[in-house]
Design a protein around this ligand. Structure first.
Ligand SMILES: *[C@@H]1O[C@H](CO)[C@@H](O)[C@H](O)[C@H]1NC(C)=O
Ligand SMILES: *[C@@H]1O[C@H](CO)[C@@H](O)[C@H](O)[C@H]1NC(C)=O
Length: 184
């Protein structure tokens, strides 16, 4: 009885430790820090995201396509769950320019302000996204607690309902050794 209680407790503690390691930052050898977490990005057409310039050729503006050359600008909330009213932990300011003639792909640049897991600062990402398929965008830098940060984000469309578009953003952030004493 006591033994099985011990085993149960041990298992619980191991699970907790594993969960903590998954959800927060951890040290590798050589003081390399990393941080992994997921957030949800909420976009509302004509409220937080707008077509500023309509492109020149290809399909018209549909739910999933925009003409080649279209410039789209957004300022979207990032929250901890899929519910737009869940805790706000970030803001994504970005621009995308439609770069394929079928209207599905665009060059995307975003500046993401974060306040999460005790970290405060910004992360910048750049890359090409597909309007309906998951995209991986390299992190090109950061500021504040994210100064010198490297890694990538994975953006996945999770819901497209009426004017609301939701994306899950998985952050995979790594600090190089020289970033250990980064200023704020
Ligand atoms: C957004 O606004 C533009 C310009 O007013 C309009 O043409 C377009 O139909 C609107 N989009 C939606 C989905 O309401
Ligand atoms: C973004 O979050 C703030 C704070 O929760 C809220 O006041 C605002 O309405 C949100 N923006 C949108 C477009 O939902």
């Amino acid at each position: 009885m006591a033994n099985s209680l011990h085993v149960t407790l041990f298992l619980l503690l191991s699970l907790l430790a594993a969960h903590k390691a998954l959800a927060s930052s951890h040290n590798h050898g050589l003081h390399l820090r990393s941080l992994e977490f997921s957030l949800f990005q909420h976009e509302t057409t004509n409220k937080t995201g707008f077509v500023i310039v309509e492109g020149v050729t290809g399909p018209g503006i549909t739910r999933t396509t925009t003409p080649f050359g279209t410039i789209f600008v957004y300022l979207n909330n990032l929250t901890t769950t899929i519910s737009a009213s869940s805790r706000l932990v970030g803001i994504a300011e970005g621009v995308s320019i439609t770069s394929s003639f079928d209207g599905f792909r665009s060059i995307s640049v975003a500046h993401i302000t974060l306040e999460i897991h005790g970290y405060r600062g910004t992360v910048s990402v750049v890359g090409v996204v597909h309007n309906t398929k998951p995209a991986v965008l390299p992190v090109v830098g950061g500021t504040g607690d994210f100064l010198f940060v490297q890694g990538y984000v994975k953006s996945t469309l999770v819901d497209l309902e009426a004017l609301n578009v939701m994306y899950k953003i998985d952050f995979h952030l790594y600090w190089p050794p020289y970033a250990t004493n980064s200023p704020n």
